[in-house]
Write a protein that binds this ligand. Sequence first.
Ligand SMILES: [Zn+2]
Length: 464
Amino acid sequence: MEKLKILVVISFLLILSQSLLAKEQEVDLIIYGGKVVTMDSQMRVIDRGAVAIDKNKIVYVGDVISARKRFKSRKEINARDRVIIPGLINTHTHIPMTLFRGIADDLDLQEWLNKYIFPAEAKNVNEKMVRVGTRLGLAELIRGGTTTYCDMYYFEDAIADETSKAGVRGVLGQTIIDFPAPDFKTNEEAMKGTEKFVKKWQNHPLVIPAVAPHAPYTVSEEHLKSASNLSKRLNSPLVMHLAEAQSETDFVMEKKGMRSIEYVNKIGFFTDKTIAAHVIQANEKEIEILKKNNVGVAHNPQSNMKLAAGVAPVPQMLKQNLRLGLGTDGAASNNNLDLWDEMDTTAKLHKVISGDPKVMSAEQVFTMATIGGARALHLEDKIGSIEVGKLADIVIVDFDGLHQTPFYNIYSHLVYATKSSDVRTVIINGNIVMLEKNLITLNEKSIKIDATAFRNQIIKSLSN
Ligand SMILES: [Zn+2]
């Protein structure tokens, strides 16, 4: 009798523990059925995979069957026949410059800047223009599956405000430049304004404020040092154009007797979170300097090609395992914010320049647009791959277009065949910002109306 009692109790406990174990965990969102391209350290690709998201984090990556057993979800997205990728990362742009898209083309960097861009900016850049251009750029980024971007412009506080409202992630740098800018007229004002901006946005869930001295040819040695010190003191990223063209190298050589990278290294400019855009004029020794200083590099092939600025030594940078991402630069020198275009161009440009089709694989290029970009922005522990514990920045892409048929290799298809128009759904920080091609946080119609109104004003200002 006693034995029977014990048996009954034991079986009761077993049933209880099993039912407790079987209880499904409740999560906010499950994406299921698609091919998951994780970009984790094993480069896992999961056919018929699932991703579970709770609040702003990824809590599960694996097969659909286990996900169904383990989780109960408040919301589900069916991604069958689609591909689930980490959100793309644009490591260098000037987002309000979308309003200068196509204003002056087919010129070299100095002529383009001095004759067109700087005058157009002097006459038109104000907080309102920046807000309109930012909204336009954000809508374009989301439509193209970009979930994080690194920016450098004026009125960066307004850019941060629009970016956070649209639910997009950004490393946003307030520009410091040695001529009266549209927002700050002197270096003293710019330094004070930048400090205020960084302190205001630090600890925001989406915005990472940064200090952004424009370039070694537009900011004096003293001001480069003070910008770097500010970035160190506030522990914020330091963003700058660096070694962008032969004209810059000549200028710095004449003034300082050194090339750009050597010069900024010598004055102690680099912090542990520097992000350098372009880096075309870099020899082996300078690549080593960048590596030693943990510098993130933003490669912008289309902008560099359009301004005939040169070709960055990306294969050598890859060999050295630099923190290397892709950027579009501003829309005035690209002329879009499309990272799919940029991936395709990157792969092909370096093949033609080196004469070696094996110099760079599609997998390496897709890495640059995702986890590589995260490394370039010093955010690889938070974004850039689909892994448990990372922030939920995820993009679902159509994969059944004619231009994607038939299918053999995932990275080849992502880099050489897929287009931004194939992006279907975008999730940033756990929030859906585009669902089935419908923008949730931005109004496309009013963005176009506002942008066209500014275009008319810009044309008028240049004819005066
Ligand atoms: Zn730039």
